[in-house]
Design a protein around this ligand. Structure first.
Ligand code: DQQ
Length: 546
């Protein structure tokens, strides 16, 4: 090993070739107001808002883009967002010396996927964030020259490290930070540390490393798959993080896919379930959980871990297909916290023109469940955002009941109900006074499914108009209350059913007066034992997160 194995952070780290703005790695002291800071080119650059490509290039500057984002009513106000442009997977979340660090796949020059960097933000309460300089950028000529794909952060010898996929081809690369704020990262000079998948396996992909320690060994799982057979998670071991040996498959198939290729369609390994992206493996209570992202959704397996092999006993989807690439970490008070990427529900042309795409889910806490799946709940920190409370108890709902007391696009709605004789309880949000625009959250009794119906959420034909279904969301057994928490945040609807599963959707109402809430029972009565609606505080003044 050379005596200086870690490259200095500035070495060759420049944004895309077309963009002439050189990356500045100076430390933002945040000693001046954020707005003043951002009016400087250095301020914009250090937070990852660069002179944009695409539609905003014509409009002049990063500053013009930022103004547009601050005024965009579709931008959520209490979910985490990058400063601008495109975000996808959460990467390497880590709780380090009392601070939460959230990294994410980021294109710093346009609101479309590509040119992957690691964006970075920090928080001390999981809710309010500060944007930080970009953590990882492709190194020209390096193994990550075409992008720094997803990976994990971990601590080795009291020093935070990142292991991530450099492309193309897909290889695994290492970086470390000796900066207490993790603002600067040094890449290992002899990257990649794993240069190719095992030669005996013809894999559909080889990416998204995740890492943990067992006795003296580091273990690393890598997402992969075999065409026509299903997903795979490959297990590597190392003593020093530099020399890795392929051991065996931690887990394999089934494909988890309902994809049926039509004649002539291009084969897509992820959609076919033949490639498992972003594996996340951890112990929870007495059992083990493996999350993999496939076919546009996240599958959650629970099962047995023996001889370093995971055997799936049960599985279910964590959420619908607008939630992806989920990644967990241990937060304060030993909680297993899960982040996930919420995709857009509109066309690429629409989000690219808007200048931003992608939202981070609320932090979710995973806990040991009743045997069939872990419990999943919003992190309790979110309650700090509750402002005004509207409360009802013992409501008998038979037909539609509009709640004129409450209106808004930033609400938390909590319900406990008994199904009664009705076939469905429907909670309507973002409802226009004439009911022409509305988003329906439907608790279906016969199927026990939760449906998020966004077919009438907007009158814009360009948006996705669809109904998503999450099976087995309700119990519907005598004497048991059903619980629903709905988080409404501008274009995001994030639902938790019975601490059992989630369903997330995107809506882009076209009318400014689509702010109403109503309850409705179909085919009978429902008793709503309690209903709380909280108006939620934004996490920043201007929809820019910090
Ligand atoms: N996104 C990353 C990959 C990962 C995929 C690239 C999942 O590392 O497999 O942006 O969304």
């Amino acid at each position: 090993m050379s005596r200086q194995p870690w490259a200095e952070p500035s070495a060759g780290q420049e944004f895309g070739k077309e963009n002439k703005v050189k990356r500045t790695l100076h430390t933002n002291t945040f000693g001046i107001s954020r707005r003043d800071f951002l009016t400087t080119a250095a301020g914009c650059a250090s937070l990852g808002i660069l002179t944009p490509q695409g539609p905003y290039a014509a409009k002049g500057s990063a500053w013009a883009l930022e103004q547009a984002l601050a005024d965009d009513p579709q931008r959520p106000r209490y979910h985490f967002l990058p400063p601008a442009h495109w975000m996808n997977d959460p990467n390497g979340p880590i709780y380090w010396q009392g601070t939460y660090h959230l990294f994410y796949q980021y294109n710093p020059v346009a609101a479309v996927w590509g040119n992957m960097h690691w964006g970075h933000a920090t928080s001390t309460d999981l809710i309010h964030w500060k944007h930080q300089p970009i953590a990882l950028a492709p190194t020209p000529g390096g193994p990550d020259k075409d992008g720094c794909f997803s990976g994990s952060a971990f601590v080795h010898e009291r020093t935070p490290h990142i292991i991530y996929t450099g492309v193309w081809p897909e290889t695994q690369c290492l970086a470390l930070s000796d900066d207490p704020h993790l603002r600067t990262w040094k890449k290992f000079k002899r990257n990649p540390v794993v240069s190719a998948p095992p030669s005996a396996l013809r894999v559909t992909g080889f990416r998204d490393p995740s890492i943990w320690r067992e006795r003296n060994d580091w273990l690393m799982s890598i997402g992969a798959g075999v065409r026509g057979e299903g997903g795979r998670v490959l297990l590597y071991t190392s003593r020093d993080l530099i020399n890795w040996q392929y051991s065996h498959q931690l887990a394999e198939g089934p494909p988890f896919s309902v994809y049926e290729p039509k004649g002539g369609e291009k084969y897509d390994a992820v959609a076919a379930g033949d490639m498992w992206e972003c594996p996340d493996f951890f112990r929870l209570g007495d059992g083990h959980v493996l999350l993999v992202s496939t076919q546009g959704a996240v599958a959650q397996m629970t099962g047995r871990y023996l001889d370093r092999k995971f055997e799936c006993e049960r599985w279910r989807w964590v959420d619908g297909d607008l939630y992806y690439a989920a990644k967990s970490f241990m937060g304060a008070r030993n909680r297993r916290i899960l982040w996930g990427w919420i995709r857009e529900g509109r066309s690429e042309a629409a989000y690219s023109a808007a200048g931003w795409a992608g939202v981070m889910s609320l932090p979710r806490v995973l806990m040991p469940g009743d045997g069939s799946a872990p419990r999943i709940e919003p992190a309790e920190e979110i309650t700090a955002l509750r402002r005004q409370r509207h409360h009802w108890s013992d409501l008998e709902i038979s037909s539609e009941r509009v709640l004129p007391e409450v209106k808004g696009d930033g609400l938390e709605i909590e319900l406990e109900f008994e199904p009664g004789s009705a076939e469905a309880l429907v909670v309507k949000v973002r409802r226009s006074p004439d009911g022409n625009e509305e988003t329906a959250i439907v608790c279906q009794r016969p199927s026990r499914a939760l449906v998020l119906d966004t077919r009438r959420s907007s009158q814009n034909p360009e948006d996705f108009h669809r109904a998503q279904t999450m099976p087995e969301s309700f119990y519907f057994v005598k004497g048991r209350m059903e619980k629903l928490s709905i988080f409404l945040d501008c274009s995001v609807v994030e639902i938790f059913a019975n601490s059992r599963c989630c369903l997330t959707g995107r809506i882009y109402p076209s009318r400014a007066d689509s702010l109403g809430v109503a309850l409705c029972a179909k085919g009978g009565d429902v008793r709503v034992k309690s209903l709380d609606i909280f108006e939620m505080k934004p996490i920043s003044r201007d929809r820019l997160t910090t």
